[in-house]
Design a protein around this ligand. Structure first.
Ligand SMILES: Cc1cc2nc3c(=O)[nH]c(=O)nc-3n(C[C@H](O)[C@H](O)[C@H](O)COP(=O)(O)OP(=O)(O)OC[C@H]3O[C@@H](n4cnc5c(N)ncnc54)[C@H](O)[C@@H]3O)c2cc1C
Ligand code: FES
Ligand code: FES
Length: 1493
């Protein structure tokens, strides 16, 4: 065994004069003699000897060929895609305890797994034998693109495992626990809208079992009862008609026994769904058996039928019987069930059958570890004295606790930390020892071990507070901060010491600790133990008083004596309530004397200065004053403004908001403390913060239009593979021989001239093979673009946007390539960037576009006449921000050169195989027929991979050709956010004229979008915006002008909705302005202006018989009880001063087709039937989670009269389908579905004679075989082009002009919100959405699209805000840390979705006139806009607040732009605190951050 060699000069100036080798070698030789990490991985004993010291746990896991389920989504702990579970044995007391900790593998140091059991998604089940969690998420449609799914499965797995007590054999899990402990707050999903995942989680909740199977420890609360009923109802509805359906909860379900095995589900004999586990007598080094018994015959599962068809067929599927069985399952459910209602049955969850903690680990004694190389070295001491020795020998060694801060610095700030020391396995540091109850009673402090995991600390605080009550208020305040501190995965391993030592000004714990008067205990060799008061610990930005050679060992948190009249509270405000760093965070402590005067005070803020800071002026202003007196409050507020007088340009921005929050949270505290101390009565609503419980809601699951296959709620065909981690994305594909990885060299400037590029330093780095840039391809092919070729693959002399690609380094590993890319030196001459639409207008910086829409008098340029006819005219400027796609899988590509004829196989995470093929062919100088572009699935696309995925495929192809080796790339999250563009920010300068009754008469608008530095699809996005600016309203005279701004931000691109949400948003804003101007009810105004059949849009498309918006509004209004709730909102607002509610019911009409690119409205499909009756299907569409493959297989199965699981689609590729249109514009199902149908029609025609001959019941296998023998072609190429459409811009002849859209997908939604006026926090109390989807091909998939799009829209219009650093033009929001998409708790508290089925009289509707496939409608994009109901409801709440505060609500005098972030909401309230906090902008000052709309 060779011991690792420490880096020679790790620190530039070693503190004690010795370099790392000299200082550390003696310790390595004497103490740290083992370089081996000993652990278990999925039940298998594993020794990792001297691993790569740069690896995180995720790097190690993903380097294993069979462990690709754990994903890299962000690398910074912000998405949860990398979640794995650490099974840890706690030997502290006699009762051995096993904990299951969900952790972010992307941050967790590999060294930390020594002595632990790592469980990844592969370890708990597979497609043949899924874990009940995996099965339920799949069956309940909780996985769409699937990239987030393994991480979510593992977070839930930890919850489920921790809910079982093996000693008492009790399983207990309540909804309250899931919410309160934030088990899911560290996981993001961009596709599903979370509802189906929560439904799956709820099937494990046992709180309603009331002792029948799992005894209740606590009384069932009203909430719990409601929740429990919902679970039962949910299962019941889902299983209507079936009396014996297991709801699958732990221990079995009492309602439906005997179980399907015929025995009681309590019966120990019954086959567990979980894998067999090791007997407890396993010897130390025994290998725990693999959890999957591959020998066993997989279970047939009708609900997941087809799901396993992407793997080789099983023998049973070859038999004729099997076909009959599968066919029967789809045609007529085996058990009697009401037609049109899906039947869901779960395997029982048997906690005892879970993977056990390896007995060998109980006996494992962790030893000091050390591994690494001469660049980086890791130490893992197990005793405090070893750590002290180490720090003494080499003070620059970096201590690492949970690594949640350190690893972010390594990854994003290029920090090296050549000597790292993992301290969280030192018992003295990780275990907080609580005093006995008796000692606790009189305790003056709680002593917390420095590296106690935060989740454990949360539990300790909760426990001690429960025992000591208000005396331990400081612990309750700390617990409250910890609940909303990072995500659960981080809290499970991160420490208080780590938080304190980081000295972040926005730390959530530090204000509480300072306010409480906490003291740190630190230890070093020279001084032994030293005390450091927290109040003096922070010296400057991220600088502390901790000696370099010391480690924090304990934190002493004072607990006041029993009768002290003291209150301590903490507050935090962030962009998103869960898992977000604070904008302002605070803790306040006051102690009163007997006269209720302030005896002592500590008023501490984070986020208001470079360090966490006490407020000297405020404290002085209140000392000795009567606390609960308004003058004291006033003096305190005045003091705060002096303490925190932020300038307009303050780093971090938001000066007004941060100052207002400073006052607001103090104001809240003043009231809250008054109540606590019994000083008087206050309005509870000043004190109450917004709280969200777990969302619930319904789907209308009955589908009267269900056919044999089409119309059924078939589970996404990849769902189970996604839930088990078997689904392969590009970066999961097995490594190829001699494969290389690309690392991009990107511009750090937004606008500049390149003076020089020096790539030599990169080439000298380990593993680096080469570099490509503009010189690697001919200049004339260094250009691309979807519509206009105006963008360079590699920058050539000029930089037009932050992040623009200059070159690509390629190396043996991704880490090496990325490190080398950072070593390329680029010199710039910096130029001033144009960022915003306003700046572009001022600089006349536009792309040529020039399209406009004219209707009525506008055609003859007579808009003045039109306005002259109007009784009232309103004008305004409305803005709307962009949106980051935030698909969970970043862009990835893999190019494999064939070695012959210049052919290359290009795997790409793209929605656009044709364009990828075209540009790879162009740069390589070979015809398209040599380039096979393939895509199996994407981890989300949403338009972001329609064009902007192309360059990455091109870069890998160039390098692959050059080196004759496969080259792969997968972007880091920040790279992806810089390069892939976003939804366009928009601005409209509008003027509208109406009659006194509110009839729309004239509308004129100049519409601008921010295209970024190249055109991409900005023009087409603008066109769709203009053609949706009417939403659902008729206006006789319309003049809309389009302007596409050229700026120095990334090139904006397609994003779900493609300009339509922006157009409809403008329409609705205008409607609100009219209603407010006329003093009219907004809903009456809408009704008055809704289109009628026969009227025409501004582009002269006739509103035809398929017009259902009035019906949708009527039915949704009724089903959501809208009118009644609207009055209730008004009453609420009259009586509440600190919270306001708002409600909005809004329609949407969305045009289907590629509107301005007629040629894209075509599709092809290729069907081959093999002689055994199995069918191979290819079509031009790509699968990005939207369920296209599932729908296409359903159509083929329906048309060919064969079971769904005999149809197989492996991938989409240009060698099978030529000239495929991008999968976009919600037209994937329409176009490809019709092409599939066309191919089936051709084959059916050829098979007709055999059907006649062999009879109507003949199976496809028999037909195919007979036809084959007769030499009939069993392959068919289907094709379809959309008829009817073909609008020509500028054609104003409404009688002859062709329609722009094939049909409209329509919908309506109603949302009700509650807004906290003091902070700008809000919650969505309820949303109801109803969509007209025609005859849905697969309602489950369509519901997934509806709910997912709604939540994406909600994010767009509320919390998602893209910001740029004003001075440099750099993108500021380039990761989940700064850019917030909705999480589990952000979705509506009640979230109901339904589909339009009947007219207002209950008569079934028919969509037969549609001529779309199966009379269905495209649904991917349309519901997204309806997320704006949340925005408009918030606008109503703000308006109510403004009215209360006497602020103007007159149109034109106030603006409320999208997104409605907490900052915008708070600043719009119009109260005195805002006025007091307002910052005066000095001449020439610029905001620190800029939104570019
Ligand atoms: C996605 C994400 C979300 C986050 N959200 C929040 C949030 O909401 N609120 C918040 O306040 N913070 C947040 N953080 C920051 C971070 O998680 C916390 O600061 C955490 O407490 C750090 O603990 P750790 O054990 O992981 O520290 P590490 O990363 O291991 O170490 C951090 C620093 O502490 C030092 N250190 C660790 N242990 C000791 C010791 N015993 N003695 C001396 N020095 C020591 C290390 O040397 C290092 O300098 C977030 C981080 C991420 C990545
Ligand atoms: S990849 Fe680890 S949290 Fe996102
Ligand atoms: S299914 Fe969750 S991100 Fe796609």
């Amino acid at each position: 065994m060779t011991l690792p060699v420490p880096p020679k000069s790790a620190a530039s100036a070693p503190l004690r004069g010795l370099n790392a080798t000299e200082a550390l070698t003696p310790l390595i030789e004497s103490i740290y003699t083992s370089p081996d990490i000993t652990c278990y991985v999925n039940g298998k004993r594993t020794i990792i000897s001297n691993p790569n010291p740069h690896w995180t746990l995720l790097d190690y896991i993903r380097a294993q060929p069979d462990l690709k389920g754990t994903k890299l989504g962000c690398g910074e702990g912000g998405c949860g895609a990398c979640t794995v579970v650490l099974q840890v044995g706690d030997r502290r007391n006699e009762k051995r305890r096993i904990q299951h900790l969900a952790v972010n593998a992307c941050l967790f140091p590999l060294v930390g797994i020594d002595g632990k059991h790592v469980i990844t998604v592969e370890g708990i089940g597979n497609v043949d034998r899924p874990h009940p969690l995996q099965e339920r998420i799949a069956k309940l449609h909780g996985s769409q693109c699937g990239f987030c799914t393994p991480g979510i499965v593992m977070s839930l797995y930890a919850v489920v495992r921790n809910s079982y007590n093996p000693e008492t054999k009790k399983f207990h899990l309540s909804a309250h626990e899931v919410e309160m402990e934030g088990h899911l707050d560290g996981n993001l999903c961009r596709c599903t809208g979370y509802k189906p995942i929560l439904n799956a989680a709820k099937t494990f909740v046992t709180e309603d079992l009331k002792g029948q199977l799992a005894e209740e420890d606590e009384p069932t609360t009203a909430d719990a009862e409601k929740f429990a009923k919902e679970v039962v109802d949910f299962i019941k509805t889902s299983s209507a008609g079936q009396s014996k359906v297991s709801c699958g909860r732990p221990g079995g379900c009492c309602r439906d026994r005997p179980s399907r095995s015929g025995s009681s589900s309590c019966d120990s004999e019954s086959a567990p769904s979980s894998p067999p586990t090791e007997p407890s007598s396993t010897s130390d080094d025994e290998h725990i058996p693999a959890i999957v018994d591959v020998e066993k015959e997989p279970q047939a599962d009708s609900d997941l039928i087809g799901a396993d068809y992407a793997k080789p067929m099983k023998s049973k599927e070859h038999s004729a019987d099997a076909e009959t069985k599968a066919s029967t399952t789809l045609a007529a459910p085996a058990a009697p069930s009401e037609r049109g209602v899906p039947r869901i049955e779960f395997q029982e969850y048997v906690p005892d059958a879970e993977l056990i903690f390896p007995p060998a680990l109980w006996k494992y004694e962790p030893q000091p570890l050390c591994y690494g190389n001469d660049k980086k070295i890791w130490f893992r001491p197990t005793k405090l004295e070893h750590l002290v020795e180490l720090k003494d020998a080499y003070p620059s060694a970096k201590l690492v606790g949970g690594a949640s801060e350190v690893q972010v610095e390594v990854r994003f700030k290029n920090s090296d930390f050549a000597v790292s020391v993992y301290v969280s396995d030192i018992a003295d540091l990780k275990h907080t020892i609580l005093p006995s109850d008796a000692d606790l009673e009189n305790a003056k402090e709680l002593v917390v071990a420095a590296n106690t995991p935060l989740t454990e600390l949360e539990a300790i605080c909760k426990g001690v507070y429960a025992k000591l009550g208000k005396r331990a208020m400081v612990l309750e305040a700390l617990r409250k901060q910890l609940r909303y501190f990072a995500g659960r995965q981080i809290r499970n391993v991160a420490s208080l010491a780590g938080n304190i030592a980081t000295a972040s000004p926005i730390s959530d714990a530090n204000p509480v600790l300072i306010a409480a008067g906490a003291t740190l205990e630190a230890v070093n060799k020279q001084d032994g133990s030293v005390d450091l008061p927290m109040s003096k610990f922070f010296l400057a930005y991220r600088t502390t008083a901790l000696p370099a050679d010391a480690a924090i060992t304990r934190i002493h948190i004072p607990i006041p004596a029993k009768d002290t009249r003291e209150v301590l509270k903490a507050y935090k405000q962030a962009r998103r309530k869960d898992d977000d760093i604070a904008i302002v965070t605070a803790a306040f402590r006051i102690r009163l004397d007997a006269q209720d005067c302030v005896e002592d005070a500590s008023i501490v803020y984070g986020g208001m200065a470079p360090t966490t800071k006490e407020s000297p002026k405020t404290q002085a202003a209140i000392l000795g004053k009567p606390w609960f007196h308004s003058e004291t409050l006033d003096a305190a507020l005045g003091g705060l403004l002096e303490d925190y007088n932020l300038p307009y340009e303050v780093p971090g921005g938001m000066a007004d908001y941060r100052k207002t929050l400073t006052l607001s949270v103090f104001f809240r505290f003043w009231h809250e403390s008054g109540v606590e101390l019994g000083l008087g009565h206050v309005d509870e609503q000043v004190v109450d913060e917004i709280h969200r419980s777990i969302s619930s809601g319904t789907r209308d699951d009955y589908n009267p239009y269900e056919q044999r296959v089409v119309g059924k709620q078939v589970v996404h065909l990849s769902a189970l593979k996604q839930c088990t981690g078997e689904a392969e994305y590009i970066d999961d594909m097995p490594r190829l021989d001699r494969e290389l990885f690309g690392g991009l060299v990107m511009s750090s400037k937004a606008h500049a001239n390149i003076i020089s590029v020096d790539w030599e330093p990169a080439l000298a780095m380990p593993g680096v093979v080469g570099y490509i840039d503009k010189n690697s391809i001919p200049a004339d092919v260094n250009v691309w673009g979807s519509i206009k070729k105006d963008e360079l693959f590699f920058a050539n002399g000029k930089i037009l946007s932050h992040g623009q690609v200059i070159g690509m380094v390629y190396a043996d590993t991704a880490l090496e390539a990325q490190a080398a890319a950072r070593a390329v030196k680029v010199e710039y001459e910096v130029l001033k960037p144009i960022l915003t639409i306003d700046e572009a207008i001022a600089a006349n910086s536009f792309f040529p576009h020039g399209k406009n829409l004219r209707k009525g008098l506008a055609i003859d340029d007579k808009m003045d006449e039109a306005f002259a006819q109007c009784e009232r005219i309103f004008e305004g400027t409305t803005r709307m921000g962009g949106q980051e796609h935030f698909y969970l899988e970043t862009n990835a590509a893999l190019s494999i050169p064939s070695g012959e004829d210049g052919a290359v196989e290009v795997w790409s995470s793209t929605q656009n195989t044709m364009e990828t093929q075209e540009f790879v062919s162009s740069v390589l100088g070979v015809p398209s027929n040599r380039i096979n572009c393939r895509v199996k699935r994407m981890g989300g696309g949403f338009g972001g991979k329609e064009s902007r995925s192309v360059p990455f495929a091109v870069y890998t192809a160039i390098a692959a050709r050059k080196e004759k080796r496969p080259v792969r790339i997968m972007l880091n999250r920040d790279e992806d956010m810089l390069l892939s563009g976003q939804r366009h920010p928009f601005q409209a300068r509008w003027k509208v004229g109406v009659s006194n009754e509110g009839k729309l008469l004239a509308l004129k608008a100049d519409v601008y979008n921010n295209g970024g530095f190249s055109q991409d699809m900005s023009g087409a996005v603008m066109d769709r915006c203009l053609t949706h600016l009417d939403n659902s309203y008729e206006c006789p005279n319309v003049f809309l002008r389009a302007n596409v701004c050229r700026t120095n931000i990334h090139s904006n691109t397609a994003y779900r909705g493609f300009g339509a949400p922006q157009g409809m948003y403008f329409a609705e804003t205008i409607m609100y302005n009219i209603a407010e101007g006329l003093g009219m009810d907004i809903d009456s105004l809408r009704q008055k202006n809704l289109y009628n059949i026969g009227q025409h849009t501004p582009f002269f498309q006739r509103i035809d018989e398929d017009w259902h918006v009035p019906m949708l509004l009527h039915q949704l209004s009724k089903s959501s009880d809208y009118e009644k709730r609207k009055s209730a909102v008004q009453s609420f607002n009259k009586t509440n001063h600190w919270k306001k509610r708002g409600i909005a019911l809004i329609p949407c009409k969305f045009g289907l087709s590629f509107a301005t690119a007629l040629h894209l409205n075509q599709a092809a499909a290729y069907i081959k039937i093999y002689a055994d009756g199995s069918v191979l299907l290819h079509h031009g569409g790509t699968e990005m989670g939207q369920g296209l493959y599932t729908k296409m297989c359903q159509i083929a199965a329906q048309e060919l009269g064969t079971p769904l699981d005999s149809i197989y689609t492996q991938d989409s590729q240009t060698y099978q389908i030529a000239n495929a249109s991008p999968t976009a514009a919600s037209s994937g199902s329409d176009l490809n579905g019709m092409a599939v149908k066309n191919a089936c029609d051709q084959i059916n025609e050829r098979l007709a004679p055999y059907r006649e001959k062999l009879g109507p019941d003949a199976k496809l296998k028999e037909l195919a075989h007979a036809a084959y023998i007769d030499r009939v072609n069993l392959a068919a190429n289907g094709f379809w082009k959309m008829p009817k459409v073909g609008y020509t811009w500028g054609d104003t002849n409404w009688e002859t002009v062709k329609p722009m859209y094939y049909y409209w997908t329509q919908g309506a939604a109603a949302s009700e919100v509650e807004l906290d006026l003091l902070t700008g926090d809000h919650t969505v109390l309820r949303s109801d959405i109803m969509m007209d989807v025609g005859n849905s091909i697969n309602p489950a998939i369509d519901y997934g699209q509806i709910e997912g799009a709604f939540i994406q829209g909600q994010g767009l219009f509320t919390i998602e805000e893209t910001l740029w650093h004003t001075a440099s033009g750099q993108l500021f929001t380039k990761g989940p840390g700064t850019y917030k998409i909705p999480g589990f708790s952000d979705i509506p508290q009640i979230f109901n979705a339904s589909m339009l089925r009947t007219d207002n009289n209950g008569k079934p509707l028919s969509w037969n006139h549609l001529r779309s496939v199966q009379s269905s409608k495209g649904i991917g994009e349309p519901p997204l806009f309806l997320g704006s109901t949340v925005f408009f409801a918030l606008r109503e709440a703000v308006k109510a607040a403004r009215e209360m505060n006497g602020a103007t609500t007159v149109p034109g005098e106030w603006n409320f732009d999208s997104p409605s972030t907490c900052e915008r909401l708070r600043l719009a309230v119009g109260d005195d605190l805002i006025k007091r906090a307002a910052t005066v902008k000095k001449k020439g000052e610029m905001p620190f951050l800029t939104a570019v709309a």
